[in-house]
Design a protein around this ligand. Structure first.
Ligand code: ADP
Ligand code: MG
Length: 345
C-alpha cells in the first residue's frame, strides 16, 4: 500500500503564509527589477532617477462583493480605486490600467456597460488610461482583475521596509467606516431576504455606505506630501485593517511600534453605527479593512508639517524591534497588537 501523503489545507495557512509558500523559491534575474514580491507594488527601474510601479488586484463575486447591494457602476469604480491605492502606497502617480474580466452569461451587455461606466469615471477622476485587458467566460459570477502601472522618482518611493525607531506613525482620513457600511448593508440584505416588503433603512448612513461602495484612493495625499516636502520613511495602504498593516510595516522594517487607541481617527457616524451593532469602534478600525487610507511613518523632524495637515493624524511611534508592537488602550494599558484582517479563504 502506498504511503498516503497528507495534503495541507490552505485555510489553515492564511493568505500571507500561502503567498510566501508559493513564491519563496523565486529569485529576480533582471537587474532592473528593484523590488518584486512583498510591497504594495513592484518597482522596476526606468532610468537613473525614475521607476515604474506595477500592481494588480482582483475582485471576485461572492467574496469581495455582493451584487445585491453593490451597483455595477460602483464596482467598476472601486476595482480601479483599490489598484490606484497600491500605487499611492508607494508614493507614486498612477498612469495606466488593464482590465480583465471573467463573466457568466447571467450578465447582460447593459450590465457590463454599467461596470465600464464606473471604470471610465475612475479613469477620468484619477487621470489614468485604460490600455488593455482580457475577456473570458466564467461558469459562475463575475471576476475583475486590474493591473495598474505608475511612476515615481526613485528617491521618493516609500517602501514598507523603511520605518526607523523614533519615526512617527501617521494615518490619513478616518478608519472603520467602510466596515460599518458593509455591516449595515449586510443587515439590510438579511432583513430584505426575510421579508421583501420591508424597504432597506439606510437613511442617515450615507457616509459609511459610500465609504464601502465608493472608496477613493488617496492620490490627494501624495500631492500634499509633495507640497509639504515630506517623504514617508515607509508606507502601506489600509486594505485589511489598521492592525494588519501596522504589523506588515513592523515586520518589513524590523521595528516595534506603540499605537495609541485615543489617537485613532474614527468618524462620529462610524462610532454611532458600531455602538448600535454592539461593536467597539476601535476594533472596527483595527480589524475592519477596506478603508483605503494610507498608513505611513515620517521622521520626527516632520512633526509640524504632518501635524498641520487636517488629513493626517499621528497615531503612534516606531520603537526598537525588541520593544514589541503594542496597542495602548485608553486606560494606558499596553496590549500586544494582533491582526484579524480579512481572510478570504
Ligand atoms: P496588497 O494588499 O497591497 O494588494 P497583497 O497582500 O495582496 O498586497 O500581496 C502582498 C505581496 O504578495 C505583493 O507584492 C503581491 O504582488 C504578492 N503576491 C500576492 N499574491 C501573489 C501570487 N499569487 N503570486 C505572486 N505574488 C503574489
Ligand atoms: Mg496594498
Amino acid at each position: 500500500m502506498s504511503e498516503e501523503k497528507k495534503l495541507r489545507n490552505i485555510d489553515e495557512l492564511g493568505e500571507f503564509a500561502l503567498i510566501d509558500q508559493l513564491t519563496n523559491q523565486f529569485e529576480n534575474r533582471n537587474p532592473n527589477t528593484l523590488l518584486g514580491i512583498g510591497d504594495d507594488a513592484a518597482v522596476i527601474a526606468l532610468s537613473e532617477t525614475e521607476s515604474l510601479l506595477l500592481s494588480t488586484d482582483s475582485l471576485v463575486e461572492g467574496v469581495h462583493f455582493n451584487l445585491m447591494y453593490m451597483p455595477l457602476k460602483h464596482l467598476g469604480y472601486k476595482a480601479v480605486a483599490v489598484n490606484v491605492s497600491d500605487i499611492c502606497a508607494m508614493n507614486g502617480i498612477p498612469e495606466q490600467i488593464t482590465v480583465s474580466i471573467a463573466v457568466s452569461s447571467k450578465f447582460s451587455l447593459e450590465a457590463l456597460e454599467e461596470l465600464y461606466e464606473g471604470i471610465k469615471l475612475a479613469c477620468e477622476h484619477y487621470k489614468i488610461d485604460l490600455i488593455g485587458g482580457d475577456t473570458t467566460s466564467s461558469r459562475a459570477g463575475l471576476m475583475i482583475n486590474i493591473a495598474v502601472v505608475g511612476r515615481a522618482q526613485k528617491d521618493k518611493i516609500a517602501y514598507r521596509s523603511g520605518a526607523k525607531e523614533y519615526d512617527l506613525l501617521v494615518v490619513t482620513g478616518d478608519l472603520g467606516a467602510a466596515y460599518m457600511g458593509l455591516q449595515l448593508l449586510e443587515r439590510e440584505k438579511e432583513v430584505f431576504q426575510a421579508n421583501p416588503n420591508i424597504q432597506p433603512d439606510l437613511d442617515g448612513h450615507d457616509y459609511i455606505i459610500e465609504r464601502q461602495l465608493k472608496p477613493e484612493a488617496r492620490v490627494d495625499i501624495i500631492q500634499y506630501l509633495k507640497e509639504l516636502e515630506v517623504v514617508p520613511t515607509s508606507m502601506i495602504d489600509i486594505s485589511d485593517g489598521l492592525a494588519s498593516e501596522i504589523l506588515h510595516i513592523c515586520k518589513a522594517s524590523k521595528v516595534g511600534c506603540y499605537l495609541y487607541d485615543e489617537k485613532i481617527p474614527i468618524d462620529a457616524k462610524t462610532s454611532m453605527t458600531a455602538i448600535d451593532f454592539n461593536l467597539d469602534p476601535s476594533t472596527c478600525a483595527l480589524n475592519g479593512g477596506e478603508d483605503y487610507e494610507l498608513l505611513f511613518t515620517v521622521k520626527q523632524e516632520d512633526f509640524e508639517k504632518v501635524n498641520s495637515n487636517p488629513n493626517m493624524t499621528i497615531i503612534g511611534h516606531i520603537t526598537d524591534e525588541k520593544d514589541g508592537i503594542y496597542f495602548i488602550d485608553r486606560s494606558g494599558s499596553a496590549i500586544t497588537l494582533k491582526a484579524q484582517g480579512w481572510k478570504h479563504f
